[in-house]
Design a protein around this ligand. Structure first.
Ligand code: PMP
Length: 356
């Protein structure tokens, strides 16, 4: 740290992203990327002609992409915000809707680690609410109309989802606060609360291209909400970095909407592979949460979480381990292709056999 840093950031604990190793080729099951490539349309869209336009700024309003997303989700362009990954949208939302006095924020204690980082970055008072013993969210903890609410649905790293009815109860119980539902993983089998956007002007639904749309490397996310909430996010974007989505990502994002069917099929494949892998893990003595996402949250009855993570890494398979006490015996395993999951199962069977 330099001696010049603003005092308010001196003790800030930054988010630690999952490993992105370059030194060795791993079966990479640690950051919930799609194992499938982008669609042919996306690959063709990022072509020489587009690259040769990189001397020009991209459209800061992202009009064409917004129109395509609006048509896909049955809303208007004014209900869509697009940004540089959904992390960017979370960041803008904390900036726009929370403050340090009457706009505090509640989120589950075990959830996406960035919520706490943003709250601390902006000096927002937050309440990180424990999950129930079985890792489910108790929605009544979020009633009270006294704080903004941020919930990942399905939650991460548990994969457990709330129903739309449960989310509606949270919305009804907080009419004067923003309820942000982070649907990064919704396409893999949970119910989206997008149909509620028309009814509740305090609902912001945040989505990403990084998981179900195989574009983690392109950095694209979008949010759907009332025109007023979206206008607030636009104000923040235009006050920080108006060109925050590059030209190539914009054309790739548009092509991905055109090829939506391809991604829907991939999500089905991932959900089938998740169920298959979960069954195999249970046969090997694992406890797995009922995941509706593209990852499995699993604890072995034979080997500790960290030891398993390290042994798998030695053998060329990367999974995600969190050192947080309550979940340190678990690993979060991204669902890959059936072949990758067979390789994982084989290694786990051999590791657990050795540790008997
Ligand atoms: N929300 C959740 C729950 C996530 O797990 C992630 C991925 N790490 C994100 C948001 C951010 O994804 P991205 O910025 O790639 O869109």
């Amino acid at each position: 740290m330099s001696r010049f840093i603003n005092k308010k950031y001196a003790s800030l604990e930054a988010y630690t992203p999952g490993e992105q190793p370059r030194e060795r080729k791993y079966i990479k099951l640690n950051t919930n990327e799609s194992p499938y490539p982008p669609s042919d349309g996306v690959i063709k869209a990022v072509n020489e002609a587009e690259v040769s336009l990189l001397n020009l700024y991209p459209d800061p309003t992202c009009k064409a992409l917004k129109e395509k997303l609006a048509a896909l989700y049955g809303v208007k362009g004014e209900n869509i915000f697009v940004s540089n990954g959904s992390d960017d949208i979370l960041n803008f939302s904390f900036m726009a809707f929370c403050n340090d006095s009457d706009r505090l924020v509640k989120f589950p204690e075990i959830s996406y680690g960035f919520y706490k980082v943003y709250a601390e970055l902006y000096g927002v008072k937050y309440s990180a609410i424990p999950l129930r013993e079985d890792f489910t969210v108790d929605i009544t903890d979020y009633f009270g109309n006294n704080a903004n609410v941020v919930i990942a649905n399905p939650n991460a790293p548990t994969g457990i989802a709330l129903t739309v009815e449960e989310i509606e109860q949270i919305l009804k119980a907080n009419p004067d606060f923003v309820v942000l539902i982070d649907e990064a993983y919704v396409d893999f089998g949970a119910e989206s609360c997008l149909p509620l956007v028309d009814k509740y002007d305090n609902l912001l639904v945040v989505r990403t291209y990084s998981k179900s749309r195989s574009m983690a490397g392109a950095r694209l996310g979008f949010a759907i909400g009332s025109a007023e909430l979206i206008a607030d996010l636009e104000k923040i974007k235009f006050s920080t970095n108006p060109y925050n989505i590059n030209r190539l990502t914009l054309v790739a994002g548009e092509a991905a909407v055109d090829d939506d069917g391809y991604y829907v099929e991939n999500c089905k494949k991932v959900a089938d592979t998740r169920e298959y892998t979960t069954k195999k893990l249970k046969e090997l003595g694992f406890e797995c949460t009922p995941s509706k996402s593209n990852f499995i949250f699993a604890k072995s009855n034979k080997i500790g979480g960290e030891e398993l993570y390290l042994k798998l890494k030695e053998r060329g398979i990367l999974v995600r381990h969190f050192s947080n006490g309550k979940i340190c015996e678990y690993n979060r395993i991204t669902v890959g292709t059936p072949e990758q999951m067979d390789a994982l199962i084989a290694e786990i069977a051999s590791i657990t056999e050795e540790t008997k």
